[in-house]
Structures are given as C-alpha cells and as structure tokens.
Design a protein around this ligand. Sequence first.
Ligand SMILES: [Zn+2]
Length: 54
Amino acid sequence: MAKCTICGNKIAELFLEKLKGTIIKKPGKSKQYPVCFECQKKFKNHEELMKEIK
Ligand SMILES: [Zn+2]
C-alpha cells in the first residue's frame, strides 16, 4: 500500500485501484510521490505540496 510522502500515513485505496489522495510529480523527474487526501487538503496548491516533498 502506498504511503503518503509528507506525513507517512498509509493511503487508503479505493476500488478500481484509485488512491484516496493524489500523486505529485516533480518536473524533470520520473519518481512519483503519493500524497494522502489529508495533506492534499492542508496544502491547497501544487507548489506548496512540492515544497513539502524533499
Ligand atoms: Zn499525508
């Protein structure tokens, strides 16, 4: 199960293999960073989320 990159919580999986949350991609990198719904709510925009991901 995927873990949130920011808080480390497990991300609940929904049916159809959709994650409850989002996947952040940094420009120019192929690595994907799963982010849970709670953290997605905490940081309103994509740029703030990316700042949290080291
Ligand atoms: Zn989180």
